[in-house]
Design a protein around this ligand. Structure first.
Ligand SMILES: Nc1nc2c(ncn2[C@@H]2O[C@H](COP(=O)(O)OP(=O)(O)O)[C@@H](O)[C@H]2O)c(=O)[nH]1
Ligand SMILES: [Mg+2]
Ligand SMILES: [Zn+2]
Length: 322
């Protein structure tokens, strides 16, 4: 007997899978799919799977992982090599910040957006707690993101602002919700989907503290067929060794300029006749976004240097591919 399902969460080798009939089963992974096995795909939240009933038993096991249409990956915390897949089959990344309490951190916002772009995922932004802000000021502050092409939702859970539009943007899609704790992610979801009953005011990171195996993300099915992935532990979010020369393409508003720099491999930091810097000078690219680019670029180059030094000497230097 077999059935199909989607992986909702996993800890310590036990996976919670929601089947197509709406049941939630706790299952394990068939041996030949386990990591260490050469062609095994590392199972993650959002994966579509086939479950088989164990012979002579009542329990089910994951027998097949279907190919992914997309994924969200991040670098392993602690600066190690490799990447961790946060979620599979993701349609969009939604980055949530608040106008205040906590203050928005635009560098972190830019970092999340680069991660979405680097994974070829659409991104949108939520600016919550609009009840604590002057509306015109808040919209001004995030105008550069709208100009870069990101949809920006200005919301307030307290005043119930912008929630219908946000609800529409989530319907029927798999969205990864990320952002610092305290900005109102759980409150937003509870308000739009009262059945979810997520804890408000709780730091999700602490849930898994002290455990050896953690598979951070949790997939929540939505009543209108979409899914939302709640991701703990994004404090350590990194850029999983993206090649530094790909970073400029992860800033959508830079793209029209990239072919027009004098040098084809322009880093847009100090080269003459750089069209990106010219666009910053004209005000076509926001200088804050450009500063984020320069900072992230330096960070990626630093990482590349470290990784190059730690490679075995028998290997000739080679560009990291994906
Ligand atoms: N003033 C105001 N407070 C909010 C709003 N949304 C959430 N909060 C409060 O912000 C705190 C953190 O909310 P929570 O949903 O747990 O944030 P999360 O950590 O991002 O999931 C709670 O005290 C909420 O009541 C809002 O729109 N306005
Ligand atoms: Mg929360
Ligand atoms: Zn340039």
């Amino acid at each position: 007997m077999a059935t199909l399902g989607v992986v909702m969460s996993g800890t310590g080798g036990i996976w919670r899978v929601r089947t197509i009939t709406g049941d939630t089963l706790e299952v394990s992974l068939r041996g030949r799919l386990k990591k260490g096995n050469a062609d095994a795909l590392k199972l993650t939240v959002g994966d579509d799977v086939r479950l088989d009933r164990e012979a002579h038993g009542k329990s089910w096991a994951i027998a097949e992982i279907f190919p992914r249409r997309s994924q969200l990956a991040r670098r392993v915390p602690g600066g190690g090599h490799g990447e961790r897949i946060v979620a599979a089959n993701v349609d969009q990344v939604i980055v949530v910040f608040a106008t205040a309490k906590p203050e928005p951190h635009v560098r972190m916002l830019d970092r999340f957006l680069v991660i979405a772009e680097g994974n070829n995922l659409e991104a949108r932004i939520i600016i919550n707690k609009m009840d604590l802000a002057d509306e015109a000021g808040a919209r001004d502050r995030f105008r550069a993101y709208e100009r870069a092409g990101y949809p920006v939702h200005y919301t307030s859970v307290k005043k119930r602002l912008g929630l219908d539009e946000l609800h529409d943007a989530l319907a029927g899609r798999t969205s990864v919700l990320s952002g610092p704790s305290g900005v109102g992610k759980s409150s937003l979801l509870n308000n739009m989907y009262p059945g979810l009953n997520l804890r408000v005011g709780e730091i999700s990171e602490s849930v898994n503290k002290g455990r050896h195996t953690t598979v951070g993300a949790v997939l929540h099915p939505l009543p209108d067929r979409g899914y939302v992935v709640d991701t703990p532990g994004l404090r350590e979010v990194g850029m999983w060794g993206m090649p530094s020369e790909h970073l400029d393409g992860c800033f959508p508003e830079f793209r029209p300029s990239l072919d027009r720099c004098r040098f084809g491999d322009c880093t847009h930091v100090s080269e003459p006749d750089c069209e990106v810097r010219a666009a910053v000078g004209r005000g076509d690219i926001s200088s804050e976004r450009y500063d984020s680019y320069a900072k992230l670029r330096a960070e990626l180059e630093e990482t590349e240097k470290k990784w190059a030094n730690s490679k075995p000497v028998t290997h000739s230097p080679r560009k990291r591919g994906r």
